[in-house]
Design a protein. Structure first.
Length: 222
């Protein structure tokens, strides 16, 4: 440990190498979270519709992506989509599309559980006053499902932030890549990886504590 030297990690190094990657990691997390929740909600509604032509493709989508390692999906999108569209897509855009599509499978299961947690009596009551299926979902079920599942959705988002480090496989410049580049420039890879681990821990642990506090605040006493 005496050979470690963290003196080179000053604000100049952080602003030159780390900040850019941190911004992209946050952008990727937020875009994939919003897109994943929207697409995941659609998939959840398809699986709960009871109509085979909607249930089967949604179930296939969710079960397939949940059974494949994320890094493999990242490589698929990065290598195959440019071949299909006939032009390069770029590592950053490829990562955004991949994470949105991949995380939708996980958010879908969370939303499905949240929708099923709403008592069916409330749905029947909505039908009784003349609501359609879409109105019932929009005005009665989904607001309660989001409230019930909010802590789990946020926990999945923390996992999503951790997973953004996998975009190194396609050369996207994320937070971990920033630390890696700084380590190579100053020939201190061990120090930068150690600091990167501490930064990821502080961010994710702090967010986990916030989610716990939020869960206690919004918990519905039954």
């Amino acid at each position: 440990m005496s050979a470690l030297d963290f003196g080179f990690l000053n604000w100049g190094v952080i602003s030159a190498f780390i900040v850019k990657g941190f911004i992209f990691s946050i952008q990727l997390t937020l875009i994939a979270m919003v897109g994943g929740i929207v697409l995941g909600t659609v998939l959840a509604l398809m699986r709960l519709s009871g109509k085979g032509w909607l249930v089967l493709p949604a179930a296939f989508y969710v079960n397939t992506l949940r059974s494949i390692p994320l890094v493999m999906v990242i490589l698929w999108f990065f290598l195959l989509i440019p071949m299909l569209i006939g032009r390069p897509m770029g590592a950053e855009l490829s990562a955004i599309i991949t994470f949105t599509v991949f995380e939708a499978a996980y958010y879908s299961e969370i939303m499905r559980a949240g929708i099923q947690s709403v008592p069916k009596g409330q749905v029947h009551a909505g039908y009784a006053v003349g609501m359609t299926y879409a109105q019932c979902m929009k005005l009665v079920v989904l607001p309660q499902a989001f409230r019930n599942m909010l802590p789990v959705l946020l926990t999945q988002t923390i996992i999503l932030f951790q997973d953004t480090s996998l975009v190194y496989a396609i050369g996207a410049y994320d937070l971990l890549k920033g630390f890696e580049v700084a380590g190579k420039n100053f020939n201190r890879p061990v120090e930068t990886y150690l600091v990167a681990a501490v930064v990821y821990f502080i961010i994710c642990f702090s967010l986990s504590m916030l989610v716990r506090r939020l869960q206690k605040k919004i918990q519905i006493i039954r």
